[in-house]
Design a protein. Sequence first.
Length: 146
Amino acid sequence: MKTKTTVGLLAAGLVGLSTVAALPAQAAAPSGFVGDTASSVPGCPYISWRLVNSANGQIHGIAMYSDLSGLSNVTGTMQPDGTFTLTLTKTTIGDGPVGTVTGKRYPDGDIVATLKGEGCANNMVDIKSVSNMMYPPGVNTGGGGR
């Protein structure tokens, strides 16, 4: 039994390694946005954001309530002048935030935006720009776990 488990884990590891090895060497980590914003509705949880901004201006990612009560897909487009519109749509995981974000990213990276939506999904959005979504600021990348 232990041998089957070990072989299965080894095979899964090799498949994962071959997937990583197949990626082009010049591929850069995607840029994007991460952050947490408080709802303007009293008693509501924060909304956490993880968004990727593609070179063609397409934005996609997730938004979730900080109490893990729901997850949503986020899609949208950033215009060349920095203005953007995002749509939050519930997934099948809980009761995620639903609404529309409109805003602007300025040349210095500052973002001013507003989320208007259902229930707790109403706030001023505070999202920080990151140049590497693989290792955003504050993420421990040193390994060394137990």
